[in-house]
Design a binder for this molecule. Structure first.
Ligand SMILES: [Zn+2]
Length: 146
């Protein structure tokens, strides 16, 4: 892992605190809360060390959610919130199909049920993580970023 040594330490800490098994366990809990336990076998969660300013994303077709390892290492208190934010996208997609707006009523209702904020953007510190070339809009239809 190149870059700021402080970031490197933070990455080790967040991985120790939130190994993928714990992400999995928290995800399963929230799916149970939302009464969609059958999706536990379908949804995958993983850390992604290559994401830049996107804090998390959900691959709607593949039912995979990814969390930005380097960004959340700086903001470990946000891990759970981002996990639930992205999980809610997958659940909305599965329950209501592709026509429902990403941060619409169905998504908000799930977030509220989980006791999470329905704010859909983040203002975390992305210094040093941003790409000079914006590679954003590619594949936009397939997943949500925020
Ligand atoms: Zn979102």
């Amino acid at each position: 892992m190149k870059g700021d040594p402080a970031d490197c330490v933070s990455v080790q800490l967040v991985l120790a605190d939130w190994p993928e098994e714990r992400l999995r366990a928290r995800l399963d809990e929230v799916l149970q809360l939302w009464d969609v336990e059958d999706l536990r076998a379908v949804i995958e969660v993983r850390w992604n060390p290559r994401l830049r300013t996107t804090v998390g994303r959900a691959f709607l077709d593949d039912m995979i959610l990814e969390l930005n390892l380097r960004l959340l290492a700086r903001h470990p208190e946000q891990v759970e919130h981002v996990l639930i934010h992205e999980a809610a996208h997958l659940v909305v997609r599965r329950l209501f199909g592709p026509k429902v707006p990403p941060h619409g009523q169905a998504w908000k209702a799930l977030m509220q049920k989980a006791g999470e904020s329905t704010k859909a953007t983040h203002n975390l510190d992305t210094t040093g993580l941003a790409n000079s070339k914006a590679r954003h809009r590619r594949r936009r239809r397939l997943w949500f970023r925020w």
